[in-house]
Design a protein around this ligand. Structure first.
Ligand SMILES: NC(=O)c1ccc[n+]([C@@H]2O[C@H](COP(=O)([O-])OP(=O)(O)OC[C@H]3O[C@@H](n4cnc5c(N)ncnc54)[C@H](O)[C@@H]3O)[C@@H](O)[C@H]2O)c1
Length: 324
């Protein structure tokens, strides 16, 4: 079995690789060529353990992500949300790889936004806004920088100190993109100029003012994953010309910022496409520079397992990781 740490994966697998893999994974999902059983949750004494398996038919890629939420772990100096992805050998069924699941999650979640931004944002998009500077934010920023040659990215967090610190770190980390990264002192202003907006927060209320969004903007909602959570303003869900989800099943069951506008009959489920639909039929992407486009993701094990296997194959080829 090959053990792959975040550092190992970083050496051999780029955001571009992950974006290509996510596109392929969601195409397979939308075509109905994968099995994704409901997540199994166990409440245990100190937390919760979640098991997320998936099977990509055809290539027989099988794997599972195990994520646990143990809030008190920080007192022990351990991560509060430990995660691993286990891959099975399609020929023998043996577990053939164990990957750092936290890193795979960040990579595939950034990449799915990158895939949507690539397919939906205007080709000449130059200004972006990133809202939320937590654990998922680095890969979200990297994905936007990867798919469009941005001149400016305004970064915002409700915790200003945290947001400013993150911005300084990102200026160093992503210096090679030559993009002006700055902390947003006036979010309304930055939103009104943005060609791309990505929100990746734990917010229960909309994270920006939808009335400020200009025509032609592409918006990504990455954070909200329970019916109580909202990031995308309802008027944007209403106004958007093209509305795309990673998976309809996941978003309609979990994301408050999409569930509520449907309940309020502002939109119907039929007004939404899946990202896989855009890959199968590219004519469903943006048709002109005035359209507002919206992408919402809550994640799916298909992404973890497809990306996990892609990383495993590359690592085997290049002799990376520890074999045990
Ligand atoms: N779509 C997916 O596949 C996927 C995958 C992983 C995580 N997530 C979700 O993404 C969200 C972010 O994850 P994370 O690990 O970065 O969380 P985190 O807790 O590390 O960071 C969240 C950040 O959002 C900020 N924030 C909260 N409310 C805000 C608001 N109204 N305006 C601006 N900033 C605000 C917080 O200050 C914090 O810095 C979580 O809800 C997580 O469950 C989604």
């Amino acid at each position: 079995m090959l053990v792959l740490t975040a550092k190992d994966i970083e050496k051999i697998y780029s955001m571009k690789d992950a974006i290509a893999a996510d596109k392929q994974a969601l195409k397979i999902y939308t075509q109905g060529d994968s099995d994704v059983p409901l997540r199994i949750n166990f409440d245990v004494q100190n937390g919760q353990c979640l098991f997320m398996p998936a099977h990509i038919r055809g290539s027989d890629i099988v794997g599972i992500k195990i994520v646990s939420v143990f809030p008190d772990n920080t007192k022990l100096g351990k991560p509060s949300v430990p995660a691993q992805v286990l891959m099975l050998d399609p020929q023998t069924g043996e577990v053939c790889a164990m990957l750092d699941g936290t890193f795979v999650t960040q990579l595939r979640t950034g990449a799915v936004q990158g895939a949507a931004t690539d397919l939906l944002a205007r080709k000449d998009a130059s200004r972006a806004v990133l809202i939320g500077t937590g654990g998922q934010a680095i890969s979200q920023l990297e994905a936007m920088l990867t798919v469009r040659p941005l001149t400016n990215v305004a970064i915002f967090d409700i915790d200003h100190d945290k947001g400013k610190q993150f911005t300084e770190q990102m200026k160093k980390r992503f210096v090679h993109f030559s993009t002006n990264l700055y902390f947003s002192e006036n979010l309304d202003d930055d939103i009104s100029q943005a060609d791309i907006i990505t929100s990746v927060t734990t917010s229960k209320v909309a994270t920006f003012n939808g009335a400020k969004v200009k025509s032609g903007t592409h918006i990504n909602g990455v954070g909200a994953y329970t019916p109580q959570m909202h990031e995308i303003p309802a008027n944007i869900v209403e106004k958007a010309d093209i509305r795309v989800l990673d998976t309809k099943d996941g978003v309609f069951a979990e994301a408050g910022d999409i569930i509520d506008p449907i309940k309020q009959k502002i939109v119907t489920q039929d007004d939404f496409l899946e990202l896989g639909d855009l890959i199968i039929n590219p004519q469903k992407c943006r048709q002109n520079s005035q359209q507002i486009t919206l992408f919402k993701t809550v994640g799916t094990a298909v992404l973890d397992v497809y990306v996990g296997y892609d990383i495993y194959l590359k690592a085997k080829e290049q002799g990376i990781g520890i074999n045990i």
